[in-house]
Design a binder for this molecule. Structure first.
Ligand code: SF4
Length: 235
């Protein structure tokens, strides 16, 4: 994908927002904007309404700006989430500039499908939550696209940038076996990651009836014994 030309922030297609969150950027009090559009098809997606790229904006940028103007000094930052925010990289860059000009810190949630677009945005970002969905060669089964190599490249550029980050993986026993978890842990260690968050699958919003019907239980942490990552289990 070529670099996105700059676009005005009011071109941003915002599918939803959370005015106040304590969980989307650990340690920060933030507003979260969910951007429309995603090229992947994760079975566990809990925001399927955000997947179509061309849905009309539900929240105009002016409304976001008016909200943020009232929250200056009260919120730590703004997180751009999705969907996949990098699909709107041009408008996203100018929106980030506007948010920073108000004194907010800026975070990004991404699956890392466009390493070059992420690299271009990194100087504007304070923190990135990067989803690593599967072993690099096993992405198609989880994300519906064989694009683990893209996330791998995004992770390398993210680590190289020095921007703060968190690597997260959503776990469901039907999608990631104990061997898959071992493979992810190994690939993260090789990449230079120190800390890894395992998020237990949550059925809320997911439209895959089979996944939702299966008992999830606890991730098989014994499979990860011996790896050097600091592991946090959420959910
Ligand atoms: S990358 Fe995120 S938004 Fe896209 S399908 Fe997967 S879970 Fe849903």
């Amino acid at each position: 994908m070529p670099p996105s030309p700059q676009a005005p922030p009011d071109a941003l297609r915002i599918g939803g927002w959370e005015p106040l969150s304590l969980v989307d950027w650990p340690g920060q009090l933030v507003a979260v904007l969910f951007l429309q559009g995603c090229g992947w098809r994760c079975r566990y997606c809990h925001n399927p309404d955000l997947i179509p790229r061309r849905s009309p904006a539900r929240i105009p940028w002016e409304q976001v700006e008016a909200f943020l103007a009232q929250r200056e000094g009260l919120l730590d930052g703004v997180v751009f989430s999705g969907g996949e925010p990098l699909l709107q990289a041009g408008a996203l860059a100018t929106a980030i500039d506007g948010v920073r000009a108000r004194g907010f810190r800026v975070g990004l949630h991404t699956g890392g499908p466009h390493p070059r677009l992420l690299e271009n945005l990194l100087p504007r970002l304070d923190w990135v939550g990067l989803d690593v969905k599967a072993p690099w060669n096993h992405y198609e089964a989880v994300a519906g696209r064989d694009q683990g190599h893209r996330t791998r490249e995004s992770l390398a550029r993210l680590i190289g940038s020095g921007v703060g980050y968190e690597v997260r993986t959503t776990w469901h026993p039907s999608l990631l076996s104990p061997q898959d978890l071992q493979a992810i842990a190994r690939q993260l260690e090789v990449a230079g990651v120190r800390r890894w968050v395992l998020q237990r699958f949550q059925p809320h919003g997911c439209r895959d009836a089979r996944l939702c019907a299966e008992p999830v239980g606890s991730p098989p942490l014994e499979a990860l014994a011996g790896n050097k990552l600091a592991l946090e289990v959420r959910g």
